[in-house]
Design a protein around this ligand. Sequence first.
Ligand SMILES: [Zn+2]
Length: 386
Amino acid sequence: MLELLFLLLPVAAAYGWYMGRRSIRLSQNHKSKKLSRDYFTGLNFLLSNESDKAVDLFISMLDVDDETIDTHLSLGSLFRKRGEVDRSIKIHQNLIARPSLTTEQRDLAMMELGKDYMAAGFYDRAEEIFTNLVNQDEHSDEAETQLINIYQITKEWQNAIDITLRLPKKRQQLLKSTTAHFFCQLADEADVETKQIKLLQQAIKQDKNCGRAWLTLAKIYVDQHQFADCKKSLSSLLAADIDLFADGLSYAKQAFEETNDIDGYETMLQKAIEAGAGVSVVVALAESKISHENDSVAEKLMLDSLYRHPTMKGFRHLMNLHITQAEDGQAKQSMAMLGKLVEQQIKFRPSFRCTACGFPSHGLYWHCPSCKEWGSIKRVKGLDGE
Ligand SMILES: [Zn+2]
């Protein structure tokens, strides 16, 4: 009889194991049913524009299952993109407060919270978060990019430079033109000209094709009556960024006139035209020819330019030339009126446009107000422009 009881022991163990499994499964089923019911309720709230209730419900579900973390990160990001930053902040702060989060999950939630703060304009809080994340290998690239963005918004150029100069060589190379603009910004803010020159030279060290730095140097030198240095800077500008050469025309005129070097001036303009400078430089050269009583050369210059690149500006200048040469009478008056109409049309059209996003403007901005790109705003080319 006792042996029979021993034989029943494995059966009892198997039964116990089965009952235990059943109870766990039942509990899991119950949890999962509750979870999916809550999700559907939450989605219903979202669809019926009751996002306040949806957020509260989703957050309360956090305590139920760790697997919902990714969903909450996506939800937070969605709210931020919709401009509901207070909600995304709430979601990410609640996530971070969870003690069961792994380091990786916490860093991810911190990155999102930093972006929320950026979107809300709390730059000091965002800066603190990204400064901590810079040392985490997985997030360092994004944290550095975000920090550079913050320092551009807060105009802390030196901080932005410090970050870019710490980047790996490959990324530094990609950002060299931007870094050069940061040095130019610092130069604009410097109160002493020697300091300005030093900063502009650092900009050129970062990016030798930084036309802005060469142009600003030309202006400083012409103001200081250092005409030889001004001419050198303009030559470098011509080689570095031909699109900006037209903006240095007044400095070139002054530097060469003060040194009685009209031939040098005209040679430089001719070189610029051959390198692809627009009609403004052609007009400047034509004006120089006219002032030295060489009207026929000026007219030929304008006509050649108009044949190659027809522009309103070139046309207007040619008309001016003909108006001054014409005898008084009805024809001269009509031409003058036509000239005014063309002039008005030119003034109405934007002279500059961002090559990255197409933002039009009447003045030269170094930083596009629309797409935040550096050095992308150039003079308009074609019939309406250069
Ligand atoms: Zn732009």
